[in-house]
Write a protein that binds this ligand. Structure first.
Ligand code: AMP
Length: 280
């Protein structure tokens, strides 16, 4: 058995590129070739396995890989319950129950006795069983959205991100069954290992910006109020009397309101920089 920590990531599909990119941002240096199932990381005692996204929960459960990156929908569907170390913020989607636009079905209760086509039969069966609504699941690997048109099913439960695929196929969403995104999972508590810490540091940093600005010293109180959440900003005197430089970390989502307010408060030469890694 290799003494390297193994991490399994998707070899194709929409989670493949962002997963590899995340590991690279976390500092792992590795080659990728279409043919190799596994590659050693050059600068760390880690091996990356490239496998199907839906096999990853089982590989992690069996400890073939100590870590994995895959969709939470696939974790739920696998029936395994690995430790979810950190949600990664990409691959966001919903498992949505939908019917044809012309259908009289309005609520989940109306799904009783319907045939429900889905790529996630285990999740769907346990969801409806939990609500006491009897349905027949029709497991399909792909093209779930055309099942009602072909009269293979009366309704569907499928992954949706924008909802445009449902619309194009004349389907109307009825309810969300599960919210999903990609996550780092581990076979047992891998939270405090170097790999988990580095991945977590990248994910935290992506949601933050490092902001620097010059400001008149008398504006500091106002500026501290505008920059919420962060710890006290660093304030450094400048060569010109009465001027200071202010450094702080701000939520990326708040920049929209924070920047104009800083400008109005008298800040100038405002710089917004990305952060590579951050540990809180
Ligand atoms: P793929 O291998 O491209 O079929 O996608 C696998 C995973 O990508 C799914 O199990 C989800 O976790 C995630 N995903 C994110 N957005 C979507 C979407 N709109 N449709 C399907 N899968 C999605």
């Amino acid at each position: 058995m290799s003494d390297r920590t193994r991490i399994a990531i998707p070899n194709k599909g929409r989670l493949a590129d962002p997963s590899a990119e995340l590991l690279r941002k976390a500092g792992l240096v590795f080659e990728m070739s279409a043919r190799s199932l596994s590659v050693p990381v050059r600068n760390m005692p880690v091996e990356v396995l490239f496998v199907r996204a839906d096999d990853i929960p089982e590989l992690v459960h069996d400890d073939v890989a100590q870590f994995g990156i895959t969709g939470l929908d696939l974790v739920a569907e696998s029936g395994f319950t690995p430790d979810v170390v950190v949600e990664l913020g990409f691959g966001r989607c919903r498992l949505t129950a939908a019917v044809e636009e012309t259908s009289p079905v309005r609520s989940l209760d109306d799904f009783a006795e319907l045939r429900v086509a889905t790529s996630h039969p285990r999740t769907v069966a346990s969801f409806f069983a939990g609500k006491g609504i009897p349905v027949t699941t029709i497991p399909l690997r792909g093209s779930v959205e055309v099942a009602p048109k072909l009269d293979v099913a009366d309704a569907i439960v499928d992954l949706v991100s924008s909802g445009s695929t449902l619309m194009v196929n004349g389907l109307r969403p009825v309810a969300t069954i599960l919210e999903s995104q990609a996550a780092l999972i581990s076979s047992d508590d891998g939270r405090h290992t170097p790999l988990a810490t580095m991945v977590r540091a990248v994910v935290t940093a992506r949601r933050k910006r490092y902001v620097l600005m010059n400001a008149p010293a008398h504006a500091i109180e106002t500026i501290e109020r505008i920059i919420p959440g962060a710890d006290a900003p660093t304030v450094v005197p400048l060569a010109h009397d009465g001027m200071v430089a202010v450094h702080s970390v701000v939520d990326a989502d708040e920049m929209w309101t924070v920047l104009p307010e800083l400008e109005a408060a008298g800040a100038s030469a405002i710089l917004v920089l990305p952060i590579e890694q951050m540990i809180r």
